[in-house]
Design a protein. Structure first.
Length: 483
């Protein structure tokens, strides 16, 4: 099902591309933060990467791919060593972030399996309710096309530009992007597109991350001029693979207009392309900070940087062989598993909060938090009480250094068919996979290598009781009508 109306605006696209492709200004050097919390609600930008592994960022040990802007954000903000996604794949993770519910309670426990309803209260709705201008730029993935109530602008976003459908978001050279409920044509040509515009472009002229960045920056400029606090959810599709072309195109599905600093590296083309996508993600962050500085808005803006799940499990050509892409640059940082797994290699993500004048720079925390906790925190940052009906707990005291903060005792995860589930409680993490249970002491064994389930039956029974009690799986509707 195609969008209800279509409009073509090559002039706007050209203007977007010129802005987005201009050289990135040098990063702004902001003033030293102090620990006093401002009473003025800040602007909030959440930059969510797509399938970026925790080990693929310099601040977490990466050395082959440079991420200077992400690293600088970590140096000048608060770096989380135990920030976990609320799911091991993107749809449920985004659902948990938007609703504040773990994926045993929110609508989606798998990609595309369900959609948000009018009854769901999203983070965007909560922030708009206290005066924020709200924008989603990038990938949504919480809609069905036949259900307008699930579309971003029906779920609290004043502005939406990008992809409603996550398979559409695989394509970095789409024939169109959605601008609200309309469709904005590009100059790309996708022969025989499938579903919501998915497929492979035969003519590649307009790179989607260029258009997304330009639209995000336009929103920031407009709100800065209006002096209105804003929430920008910049859900980029970098550095996700284009699943439909990973075995047919020389770049292995890592679509990028330039290889940048990795053009001459002695790596396979897919590996160089992947590194270039990470480089582009990093320069997007640097350009955002330079823009905020030029607008005089940097000190009034909180920036949160995250990835939606762990490094990918897919395989691609690497130095003459084929192996897991998530290992190319040590994407899991030594943790077990990959995207889709409920071991920490699928769940731990690079997490940074930068808030000038509030978050003291150069700090690292091992507090265990996830996307539901971020939801609660941002509601409180915006000036409201953190909701009590959600899973998450606000970690605002951890940011401000004022008051006490105790992380939640328990975190849970479920796969849609319940072939996988996991419970983290204190030092113990239990992972159920098919009919196999493994128990780990993650304080002594963060790599989850040694199974202690036979030695600790009481711990297993306690975590299994939690797993069963927290599983509130709902019956998902049947898809029909081309969804």
């Amino acid at each position: 099902m195609h969008p209800r109306s279509v409009r073509s605006s090559l002039a706007a696209l050209t203007a977007f591309a010129i802005t987005a492709c201009a050289p990135t200004p040098p990063p702004a050097s902001g003033p030293r933060a102090d620990t006093s919390a401002s009473r003025v609600a800040p602007n909030v930008v959440v930059l969510l990467a797509d399938d970026l592994g925790i080990g693929e960022v310099g601040a977490w040990g990466q050395r082959e791919v440079a991420t200077p802007h992400i690293d600088r954000l970590a140096t000048e903000g608060l770096r989380f060593t135990e920030f976990r996604s609320s799911a091991a794949v993107c749809g449920p993770a985004r659902c948990s972030f938007m609703t504040g519910l773990h994926n045993g309670r929110c609508r989606l426990d798998d990609n595309d399996i369900d959609y948000l309803r009018d009854a769901d209260v999203t983070l965007a709705e909560r922030l708009r309710g206290v005066g924020y201008a709200t924008a989603l730029v990038g990938k949504w993935g919480l809609s069905w096309e036949s259900r307008p109530e699930s579309w971003p602008q029906a779920q609290g976003f004043d502005v939406f530009f990008g992809y409603r459908d996550q398979v559409h978001a695989h394509n970095f050279y789409p024939e169109y992007l959605l601008d609200g409920t309309d469709s904005l044509r590009t100059r790309n040509v996708v022969p025989a597109p499938r579903g919501m515009g998915s497929g492979s472009a035969s003519v590649r002229l307009d790179y989607a991350p260029d258009l997304l960045r330009a639209r995000a920056f336009r929103f920031v400029r407009e709100q800065a001029a209006a002096r209105r606090p804003f929430f920008l959810f910049w859900a980029t599709n970098l550095p996700h693979i284009h699943n439909e072309t990973r075995t047919t195109q020389p770049d292995g599905g890592y679509e990028t207009p330039t290889l940048g600093p990795y053009a001459d590296r002695p790596w396979s083309l897919p590996k160089r392309s992947y590194a270039a996508q990470i480089h582009r993600l990093d320069t997007d962050l640097g350009a955002l900070r330079a823009l905020l500085d030029s607008l005089g808005a940097a000190r009034q803006t909180m920036i949160v940087f995250l990835s939606d799940n762990g490094a990918t499990f897919l395989r691609g050509p690497h130095d003459g062989t084929t192996e897991i892409i998530g290992r190319w640059f040590a994407g899991t940082a030594g943790y077990r598993g990959f995207k889709g797994d409920l071991y920490d290699g699928g769940l731990r993500v690079p997490g940074i909060v930068h808030w000038p004048g509030v978050v003291a720079p150069g700090r690292t925390t091992d507090a265990r938090v996830d996307f539901t906790d971020l939801h609660a925190t941002l509601v409180e940052v915006a000036g409201s009480r953190a909701p009590t009906e959600i899973t998450g707990r606000s970690f605002l005291p951890l940011l401000t250094g004022r008051g006490s903060y105790t992380p939640r005792d328990v975190q849970v995860w479920y796969s849609p068919d319940r072939r996988q589930s996991a419970v983290l409680a204190g030092r113990w993490k239990a992972v159920w996979m098919l009919d196999t249970l493994r128990l780990f002491d993650v304080e002594q064994d963060p790599g989850e290598r040694t199974d202690l389930s036979a030695r600790e039956p009481r711990v297993v029974a306690r975590l299994d009781s939690i797993r069963r009690a927290e599983d509130q799986r709902v019956r998902h509707p049947s898809r029909a009508g081309g969804d």
